[in-house]
Design a protein around this ligand. Structure first.
Ligand code: CMC
Length: 426
């Protein structure tokens, strides 16, 4: 019997089956021949929430949750955050290799060329109330762009895929900044191509009457780091939404709108907004022990803690915590940082959190920096979505070119009624 196989004995029939093991997995379809009779459908695996199911083969992002490792295309996240610009990392994520100087400048030029959004987007935003949630605004604008670029539906054409990839990466900061300006009832500011990806985003957010906006270099640096940390995170809820929707060959704008919707949820990217609300509720240091008790009694969640994959400190949280000092040197210290650090200290010495391996995740400290930068909590998740667009697009491009992939269509275990007739009285 070859070593790289799994032998399964079906105790219902006494029959034995052999399934090959490749890359640490068996194929779910190798369970299908396991039947009790000819008309039996065959064995399935049941895995709500994909706890132990690989839905794809990917070569983009690697996470070792036990060791707290995150790498894009093999490069450790801390090295990328220290040495690279966001667009260098975006190129790496999309193409698999860091760009040469010439490749980077050509990619930067392409992104700059596409950074404006069509004028009708302003009317779409103006039709929404300034009270509307900015993630709703972003999802709406992305779906609206699908109507503007109908050729984007031609997803099987590589050249067209690249054009839409560049367009989406170029336009998402503009859409995010426009949502911010709509919420603050400020006139829209278009892109400035003299600036970096992060610097131009700051310009579109914060330019007032000055002739030329100059981003503060330390804040621009911090935003660049935050963008890099959020660029991709393998098969998370929103990446899965992007893959699932685009597996029907939907266009990438509509698929990205779905990914934004997934990211918006409080258990995913929406957690950064919830962390700030939680810190506000706690209010001061002396209320922390009582709050921890409430978490342990399951009355509330400790937002920004826990992760499906990380059972160790999220490496992104560590980098964000270190970056906070540089931001606070410019903006002044956010008093919530003290509460967060104390909350973390208490949680990490409490058996409830230790035994469940609950550590701070990326969202625990990012909101504190965002708030120090002057953002209100409801825009935080947009700041996550902007860099994550690169990851979603890389996941989409990998899916479309993967010969094994088809329309995503999970199975179900049906436990509802069997056949029954509608009563004759109806
Ligand atoms: N506070 C209190 N208890 C928690 C928390 C938390 N934040 N997270 C998990 N637990 C408990 C959970 O109740 C369970 O306990 P028990 O085994 O006794 O029932 C145990 O820890 C395992 O949790 P789980 O719910 O099985 O874990 P999961 O992998 O299904 O959920 C999670 C992961 C991130 C959704 C969850 O930890 C959570 O809701 N955290 C708070 C929200 C948050 O910070 N989300 C951001 C995630 S990172 C950025 C991103 O991906 O967008």
């Amino acid at each position: 019997m070859p070593e790289d196989t799994l032998t399964i004995t079906d105790n219902r029939t006494g029959k034995t089956y052999t399934a090959p093991i490749k890359d640490g997995a068996i194929r779910a379809m190798d369970l299908r021949p396991i039947k009790t009779s000819e008309d039996d459908f065959g064995l399935m695996s049941y895995d709500p929430a994909f706890m132990n199911t690989a839905s794809c083969i990917s070569r983009i992002t690697f996470i070792d949750g036990d060791l707290g490792i995150l790498r894009y295309r093999g490069y450790p996240i801390d090295q990328l955050a220290e040495k690279c610009s966001f667009l260098e990392v975006a190129y790496l994520i999309l193409h698999g290799e860091l760009p040469t100087a010439a490749q980077l400048s050509s990619f930067e030029a392409e992104v700059k060329q596409h950074s404006m959004v069509p004028e009708f987007i302003k009317r779409v935003l103006d039709a929404m109330s300034p009270e509307a949630h900015p993630m709703g605004m972003l999802a709406t604008c992305l779906a609206a762009l699908a109507t503007y670029y109908p050729e984007s539906r031609n997803v099987l054409d590589a050249g067209n895929r690249w054009l839409q990839t560049v367009r989406l990466i170029a336009k998402v900061p503009t859409l995010g900044a426009y949502a911010y300006r709509r919420k603050n009832e400020l006139p829209y500011v278009g892109p400035d191509n003299d600036l970096t990806y992060a610097g131009n985003f700051m310009n579109m957010l914060w330019k007032m009457t000055e002739a030329k906006y100059q981003p503060h270099p330390d804040l621009e640096w911090a935003l660049n780091v935050l963008f890099i940390l959020h660029a991709d995170h393998e098969q998370n809820c929103s990446a899965n939404a992007m893959r699932s929707v685009s597996s029907s060959q939907a266009d990438p704008y509509a698929s990205a709108a779905a990914a934004v919707a997934a990211l918006w949820g409080p258990l995913h990217g929406g957690a950064n907004e919830e962390v700030l609300k939680m810190l506000d509720q706690i209010g001061s240091m002396e209320n922390i022990p009582a709050f921890i008790e409430k978490v342990k009694k399951r009355e509330v969640m400790l937002m920004g803690f826990g992760h499906r994959i990380y059972k160790n400190y999220d490496p992104r949280a560590r980098i964000i915590k270190a970056a906070a000092d540089k931001v606070f040197a410019v903006t002044g210290r956010n008093p919530k940082l003290e509460i967060a650090i104390e909350l973390e200290r208490i949680a990490l010495s409490d058996d409830f959190f230790i035994s469940r391996k609950l550590y701070p995740n990326v969202d625990f400290y990012s909101g504190i920096i965002y708030q120090a930068l002057g953002f209100k909590p409801d825009i935080f998740t947009v700041l996550f979505a902007i860099p994550r667009m690169t990851g979603w697009l890389a996941q989409w491009r990998e899916l479309i070119t993967d010969k094994e992939q088809k329309i995503a269509r999970p199975r179900q275990l049906f436990l509802g009624y069997g056949h029954r007739d509608v009563p004759a009285s109806r």
